[in-house]
Design a protein around this ligand. Structure first.
Ligand code: ADP
Length: 501
């Protein structure tokens, strides 16, 4: 058996490869950007061949940097940008259209149609998801409807559908395996997360031939070997999960009630709810965290559209800071935001408000407000939004929270983490290795081939880089939350088409 595990993290903006050792430490990594294609307003695509060539480039580069051969790798795990889909010809292995990216809004009108006929309730019951263009099933329907000959070829069994995990496994295995894991299947809007099967009623309504669909496999399971022609050795591909689920696993949130938050451009929170699929009354998603054998672990998921993105805005549009790091330096120069609230509802508000017509607002300005106060208020807005989603999770799951594990680009901001701990009144724990997504994919793969024996061994690898203990008084917390609530109320329902003209 090789001495290392390789994780492929195929994200929206880049393909990455990270090689880990048994202690869960990074041995080497490589990254290459992926071109974003915007054919029309609101449409987003990637070139699937570029996804593949960039991924394979980073695999070779990561091996080279660590002076390793493919035979030194015990297993490969894949974490992927979720909901992005590819349709390819099984005979040639060639995509018949670009990958349609999760952000793409082209199927919004079909989703509206589904909602108007009340089919969204069925979808919610069966898939745990809301009826939105975000998920991959309606994108697949679009390709079948719009690309000449696609439906005919699909009906003849010549085409294969997959999210990016499926596509990479197909390429790596030389076309030998057509699979996806439970977590990715649960993001298609086509998969019944309770009965664990592609749902006939949904497939019929969408007009999707079942022959297109991949076999759904456990998230930690050897599914195929890499074609020796590609890497020079047959390495087992043994772990697959959507990136947010992989991060939950990488953060070792193995027990019900454990939550991880990834502070990236937006913010993604997942709560492990154990073997029970909890239904949400606040618009959170019910989804599959991972499947081990036939045992499924479910999760509640909530996200905020803008998190670290508000820091980019301070830097690139307002030019209040030169770098993201400077936000912490500036904000630390003042005790508080001086009564200022920034509501970064640039693209509306998600859970629990769900107001697409909300717009950003800065409230509470007085003459003494300076740059530091504004920057501080922007950082605080990330924590306020997270607090709201966490409250929904606790409410919907009935599970208490004892700590929050954080990762992502903005998690390096100590002021953010401290303020988050203060608002939630629980400790925030930031791991030493912030690469939770890649680590989760590596753990899933390593467990499947016996590189790691069990979850206990993996949990022992998780070590706190820094812990933030709440130290705010109850009264102060209450006042701050009240202020935030008022600020959000004022940002809601701002946009109307009349304003646009
Ligand atoms: P994504 O995966 O969405 O591209 P990343 O996890 O790479 O995001 O994180 C990038 C985000 O983190 C950016 O929005 C950036 O503004 C934010 N960020 C980076 N460093 C800091 C910092 N020191 N303080 C606050 N935000 C930061």
């Amino acid at each position: 058996m090789g001495s290392y595990i390789m994780a492929l993290d195929q994200g929206t903006t880049s393909s990455r490869t990270v090689i880990f050792n048994r202690a869960g430490e990074i041995v080497s990594s490589s990254q290459q950007e992926v071109k974003q294609i915007y054919p029309k307003p609101g449409w987003v695509e990637h070139d699937p061949m570029e996804i593949w060539t960039s991924q394979i480039h980073t695999i070779r580069e990561a091996l080279r940097r660590a002076n390793l051969q493919a035979s030194d790798i015990s297993a490969i795990g894949i974490a992927n940008q979720r909901e992005t889909m590819v349709l390819w010809d099984r005979r040639s292995g060639k995509p018949i259209y670009n990958a349609i990216v999760w952000q793409c809004r082209r199927t919004a009108s079909f989703c509206k149609e589904l909602r108007e006929e009340g089919f969204d309730t069925r979808l919610r019951e069966k898939t745990g998801l809301v009826t939105d263009a975000y998920f991959s099933g309606t994108k697949l329907k679009w390709v079948l409807d719009q690309i000449p000959g696609a439906r005919r070829e699909a009906e003849r069994g010549h085409l294969a559908f997959g999210t990016i995990d499926s596509w990479l496994v197909d390429r790596l295995s030389g076309g030998k395996a057509h699979v996806t894991d439970y977590s990715n299947a649960s993001r298609t809007l086509l998969y019944n997360i309770h009965e664990l099967r592609w749902d006939d009623e949904i497939l019929q309504r969408f007009g999707i031939p079942p022959s297109l669909l991949p076999e759904v496999v456990p998230s930690s399971h050897p599914v195929a070997f890499t074609d020796p022609k590609i890497l020079g050795a047959a390495v087992p591909i043994a772990g697959i999960a959507g990136d947010q689920q992989a991060a939950l696993f990488g953060q070792c949130c193995f027990d019900p009630g454990m939550v991880k938050t990834t502070y990236g451009t937006g913010c993604f929170m997942l709560m492990n709810t154990g073997v029970e699929a909890k239904r949400s009354g606040s618009g959170l998603l019910t989804t599959i965290a991972w499947g081990m054998g036939r045992e499924i672990t479910y999760a509640l998921e909530g996200s905020t559209f803008i998190a670290g993105g508000v820091i980019q805005w301070l830097r690139d549009e307002l030019r209040l800071i030169r770098s993201a790091e400077e936000s912490e330096t500036l904000a630390s120069m003042v005790e508080d935001s001086n009564g200022v609230y920034v509501v970064p509802a640039f693209v509306g508000l998600g859970a629990p408000h769900w107001d697409p017509n909300a717009r950003g607002a800065i409230l509470g300005l007085t003459r003494g407000v300076n740059r530091s106060h504004l920057v501080r208020a922007a950082i605080e807005s990330i924590a306020f939004q997270t607090k709201e989603v966490v409250d929904c999770m606790v409410h919907d799951s009935g599970l208490g929270l004892t700590e929050l594990r954080v990762d992502g680009g903005a998690a390096v901001n100590n002021l953010l983490c401290q303020f988050q701990a203060d608002l939630l009144d629980i400790p925030i724990r930031r791991p030493k290795v912030l690469e939770s997504t890649a680590l989760g994919a590596a753990y899933l793969a390593g467990l499947a081939v016996g590189y790691w024996r069990n979850r206990e061994e993996i949990s022992a690898n998780w070590s706190t880089g820094r812990e933030f203990i709440p130290r705010m008084s109850r009264d102060r917390r209450r006042k701050l939350l009240m202020g935030w609530e008022q600020a959000v109320a004022r940002s809601k329902n701002w946009f109307s088409p009349d304003l646009e003209e």
